[in-house]
Design a protein around this ligand. Sequence first.
Ligand code: HEM
Ligand code: HEM
Length: 179
Amino acid sequence: MRIKNTNDRYGIVAVTFHWLMALLVIGLLCVGLYMTSLKISAQKLQLYGWHKEFGLLVLFLVIIRLSWRFININPTLPSSIPAWQRFIAHAVQWALLGFMIAMPITGWLVTSAAGLAPSFFGLFVLPTLVAPDDHLRHVFADMHEWIAYGLIATICAHVGAALKHHFIDKDDVLRRMLP
Ligand code: HEM
Ligand code: HEM
C-alpha cells in the first residue's frame, strides 16, 4: 500500500489517521455522554481526566491530518456519482474535520472557565484560555454538548453513505479507505 494518496485510493497515512481518529472520536462521544450522567465519584473524575487528555490528542492529530491532506492529492469520487452527491460528500468531510477542531476547543474552554489547566498525559500542562467564570463555563458546556449532537448526526450520515456505497451501489468508495 502506498504512503501517499493516489487519484483513486487513500494511502496508508490517511487510512491510519481515518480509522484511529474515528475510534477516538466515537469513544470520546460515548465516554462524554456516560461520564456526565454519573454521580460525583472517583470514577467520574478519572473519566473526566481521560476524556480531556484523549480529546486534546484529537486536536493535535487533526492538525497533522489536515497538514497531510493539504500536501497530498485527494482521491476523486467516481464520476458515476452525481455531482450534487459528490458536493455533499465533500461538505460532510469538511464538517467532520471542523467538528474535530470545534469539539476539543470548546472542551478546553469549559475546563478553562472552570479554572483548570488541562494536562496532556502528564507530559505538559496547557494554558487556560479564559479566566474562571461560572456563567461562561455553562455557556461553553452547552456549546460542547450541542456541537457533539451535530457531530453524532453528521457521523450517522457519513457512515450511512459509506455503507450504502458498499452494500447497495457496490462501488469502491469504502474499499479505498480500507488498508
Ligand atoms: C473530539 C473531542 C471531544 C469529543 C467528541 C467530546 C465529547 C463530549 C461529550 C459527548 C460530552 C457530554 C456532553 C453533555 O452531555 O453535557 C462531553 C463533555 C465534556 N467534555 Fe468533551 N469531548 C471532546 C473533547 C474534550 C476536551 C479536549 C476537553 C477538555 C480539555 C473536554 C472536556 C469536557 C468536559 C469538562 C465535559 C463535561 C461538561 C459538563 O460538565 O457539562 N472534551 N464531551
Ligand atoms: C466508523 C465508520 C466510518 C466509516 C465506514 C467511514 C468511511 C469513510 C470512507 C469510505 C471515506 C472515503 C470517502 C471518499 O472516498 O471520499 C471516509 C472519509 C472520511 N471520513 Fe470516514 N468513516 C467512518 C467514520 C468516520 C468518523 C467517526 C469520522 C470523524 C469524526 C470520519 C471522518 C472522515 C473524513 C474527514 C474523511 C475524508 C478523508 C480524510 O480527510 O481523511 N469518518 N470515511
